[in-house]
Design a protein. Structure first.
Length: 176
Protein backbone atom coordinates (compact mmCIF):
# COMPACT_ATOMS: atom_id res chain seq x y z
CA UNK A 1 0.00 0.00 0.00
CA UNK A 2 1.36 3.41 -1.01
CA UNK A 3 1.28 5.85 1.88
CA UNK A 4 0.72 9.59 1.85
CA UNK A 5 3.71 11.76 2.71
CA UNK A 6 4.16 15.40 3.62
CA UNK A 7 7.15 17.73 3.64
CA UNK A 8 7.67 21.25 4.91
CA UNK A 9 10.46 23.13 3.20
CA UNK A 10 11.57 19.80 1.65
CA UNK A 11 11.95 18.08 5.03
CA UNK A 12 9.70 15.09 5.72
CA UNK A 13 7.33 15.66 8.62
CA UNK A 14 5.18 13.28 10.64
CA UNK A 15 1.84 12.78 8.96
CA UNK A 16 -0.85 10.21 9.59
CA UNK A 17 -4.18 9.24 8.12
CA UNK A 18 -7.30 9.63 10.24
CA UNK A 19 -10.85 9.03 9.02
CA UNK A 20 -9.79 9.43 5.40
CA UNK A 21 -7.78 12.62 5.94
CA UNK A 22 -4.05 13.23 6.03
CA UNK A 23 -3.27 14.99 9.29
CA UNK A 24 -0.22 17.21 9.61
CA UNK A 25 0.54 19.38 12.60
CA UNK A 26 2.98 22.20 13.12
CA UNK A 27 3.52 25.89 13.53
CA UNK A 28 3.92 27.23 10.02
CA UNK A 29 5.68 30.44 9.15
CA UNK A 30 4.96 32.79 6.29
CA UNK A 31 6.77 31.45 3.25
CA UNK A 32 6.85 27.81 4.40
CA UNK A 33 6.29 25.39 1.53
CA UNK A 34 4.08 22.42 2.38
CA UNK A 35 4.01 19.57 -0.14
CA UNK A 36 1.71 16.57 0.10
CA UNK A 37 2.18 13.40 -1.92
CA UNK A 38 -1.07 11.41 -2.15
CA UNK A 39 -1.34 7.94 -3.66
CA UNK A 40 -3.17 8.14 -6.98
CA UNK A 41 -5.02 4.93 -7.78
CA UNK A 42 -8.48 3.96 -8.94
CA UNK A 43 -10.82 2.91 -6.17
CA UNK A 44 -14.53 2.83 -5.35
CA UNK A 45 -16.00 4.91 -2.54
CA UNK A 46 -19.28 3.51 -1.25
CA UNK A 47 -22.17 5.97 -1.01
CA UNK A 48 -23.19 6.49 2.62
CA UNK A 49 -26.93 6.61 1.89
CA UNK A 50 -27.05 3.65 -0.53
CA UNK A 51 -24.58 0.78 -0.06
CA UNK A 52 -25.44 -0.50 -3.54
CA UNK A 53 -23.90 2.59 -5.19
CA UNK A 54 -20.31 3.76 -5.39
CA UNK A 55 -18.33 6.72 -6.61
CA UNK A 56 -15.25 6.01 -8.74
CA UNK A 57 -12.23 7.94 -7.53
CA UNK A 58 -8.65 8.45 -8.66
CA UNK A 59 -6.76 9.24 -5.48
CA UNK A 60 -8.81 12.05 -3.89
CA UNK A 61 -10.43 13.05 -7.22
CA UNK A 62 -14.10 12.16 -7.85
CA UNK A 63 -14.57 10.94 -11.43
CA UNK A 64 -17.84 11.67 -13.22
CA UNK A 65 -19.18 9.76 -16.19
CA UNK A 66 -19.73 12.06 -19.17
CA UNK A 67 -23.12 10.91 -20.49
CA UNK A 68 -23.61 13.43 -23.29
CA UNK A 69 -26.38 15.85 -24.22
CA UNK A 70 -29.18 13.45 -25.27
CA UNK A 71 -32.48 14.82 -23.89
CA UNK A 72 -30.50 17.68 -22.36
CA UNK A 73 -32.05 21.15 -22.16
CA UNK A 74 -30.97 23.78 -24.65
CA UNK A 75 -29.23 25.52 -21.75
CA UNK A 76 -28.62 24.58 -18.15
CA UNK A 77 -27.68 28.10 -17.13
CA UNK A 78 -30.90 29.29 -15.53
CA UNK A 79 -31.93 31.58 -12.71
CA UNK A 80 -34.23 28.84 -11.42
CA UNK A 81 -32.62 25.40 -11.60
CA UNK A 82 -35.83 23.82 -10.32
CA UNK A 83 -37.18 24.42 -13.82
CA UNK A 84 -35.02 21.45 -14.91
CA UNK A 85 -36.77 19.03 -12.52
CA UNK A 86 -39.35 17.95 -15.10
CA UNK A 87 -36.85 17.49 -17.92
CA UNK A 88 -36.73 13.91 -19.32
CA UNK A 89 -34.28 11.63 -17.54
CA UNK A 90 -31.89 9.17 -19.16
CA UNK A 91 -30.92 5.71 -18.01
CA UNK A 92 -27.53 5.65 -16.30
CA UNK A 93 -25.62 2.49 -17.23
CA UNK A 94 -24.90 -0.16 -14.62
CA UNK A 95 -21.17 -1.00 -14.57
CA UNK A 96 -20.78 -4.77 -14.79
CA UNK A 97 -17.37 -6.44 -14.60
CA UNK A 98 -15.87 -9.46 -12.89
CA UNK A 99 -12.33 -7.99 -12.81
CA UNK A 100 -10.75 -5.40 -10.55
CA UNK A 101 -11.41 -1.77 -11.50
CA UNK A 102 -7.89 -1.25 -12.89
CA UNK A 103 -8.62 -3.93 -15.50
CA UNK A 104 -11.66 -2.20 -17.05
CA UNK A 105 -10.85 1.49 -16.56
CA UNK A 106 -7.81 2.91 -18.35
CA UNK A 107 -6.34 6.39 -18.40
CA UNK A 108 -6.51 7.80 -21.94
CA UNK A 109 -3.16 9.62 -21.74
CA UNK A 110 -0.50 10.79 -19.27
CA UNK A 111 -1.34 14.49 -19.50
CA UNK A 112 -4.94 14.51 -18.23
CA UNK A 113 -7.17 12.72 -15.75
CA UNK A 114 -9.49 11.34 -18.44
CA UNK A 115 -10.32 7.64 -18.22
CA UNK A 116 -12.26 5.25 -20.47
CA UNK A 117 -14.05 2.08 -19.41
CA UNK A 118 -14.18 -1.10 -21.40
CA UNK A 119 -17.67 -1.74 -22.89
CA UNK A 120 -19.10 -2.81 -19.50
CA UNK A 121 -22.01 -0.34 -19.17
CA UNK A 122 -25.27 -2.26 -19.21
CA UNK A 123 -27.48 -2.49 -21.04
CA UNK A 124 -25.89 -2.28 -24.50
CA UNK A 125 -22.21 -2.67 -23.52
CA UNK A 126 -21.59 1.08 -23.29
CA UNK A 127 -18.14 2.57 -22.86
CA UNK A 128 -18.06 5.44 -20.35
CA UNK A 129 -15.65 8.37 -20.36
CA UNK A 130 -14.74 9.39 -16.82
CA UNK A 131 -13.38 12.86 -16.04
CA UNK A 132 -12.79 14.80 -12.84
CA UNK A 133 -16.17 16.02 -11.59
CA UNK A 134 -14.88 19.58 -11.38
CA UNK A 135 -14.17 19.55 -15.15
CA UNK A 136 -17.57 18.32 -16.32
CA UNK A 137 -20.01 21.00 -17.47
CA UNK A 138 -23.14 21.42 -19.61
CA UNK A 139 -23.97 17.77 -20.19
CA UNK A 140 -25.52 14.83 -18.42
CA UNK A 141 -23.31 12.99 -15.96
CA UNK A 142 -23.30 10.55 -13.09
CA UNK A 143 -20.95 10.21 -10.17
CA UNK A 144 -22.93 7.41 -8.47
CA UNK A 145 -22.80 3.99 -10.10
CA UNK A 146 -24.16 0.55 -9.49
CA UNK A 147 -20.96 -1.56 -9.62
CA UNK A 148 -21.51 -5.31 -9.83
CA UNK A 149 -20.30 -8.53 -11.35
CA UNK A 150 -22.05 -10.54 -14.07
CA UNK A 151 -23.91 -12.81 -11.63
CA UNK A 152 -25.20 -9.89 -9.55
CA UNK A 153 -26.42 -8.18 -12.72
CA UNK A 154 -28.50 -11.23 -13.69
CA UNK A 155 -30.66 -10.60 -10.60
CA UNK A 156 -30.40 -6.80 -10.54
CA UNK A 157 -33.57 -4.77 -10.16
CA UNK A 158 -33.24 -0.97 -10.26
CA UNK A 159 -35.59 -0.10 -7.40
CA UNK A 160 -34.76 3.62 -7.65
CA UNK A 161 -35.81 3.70 -11.32
CA UNK A 162 -38.99 1.74 -10.61
CA UNK A 163 -39.91 4.11 -7.78
CA UNK A 164 -39.37 7.13 -10.04
CA UNK A 165 -41.48 5.54 -12.80
CA UNK A 166 -44.31 4.89 -10.35
CA UNK A 167 -44.17 8.49 -9.09
CA UNK A 168 -44.33 9.83 -12.64
CA UNK A 169 -47.13 7.42 -13.70
CA UNK A 170 -49.35 6.79 -10.69
CA UNK A 171 -51.91 4.04 -11.15
CA UNK A 172 -55.46 4.43 -10.05
CA UNK A 173 -56.15 2.25 -7.06
CA UNK A 174 -59.30 0.25 -6.74
CA UNK A 175 -61.53 1.35 -3.91
CA UNK A 176 -63.07 -1.33 -1.79
Amino acid sequence: MVRSEATVNRETIDAFEEKGYLVIRGNWLKGDCIEIDLPMNLHPYQARDDPKKSVIMYGPVVLAGALGRINFPETDILDDHLALNNHPLIDVPVLVADEQMEEWIKRTDDTSLVFQTEPIGQPNHAEITLVPFYELHHQRYSIYWYLMNEEEYLYFKDEEKEKHTEEMNPREKDCL
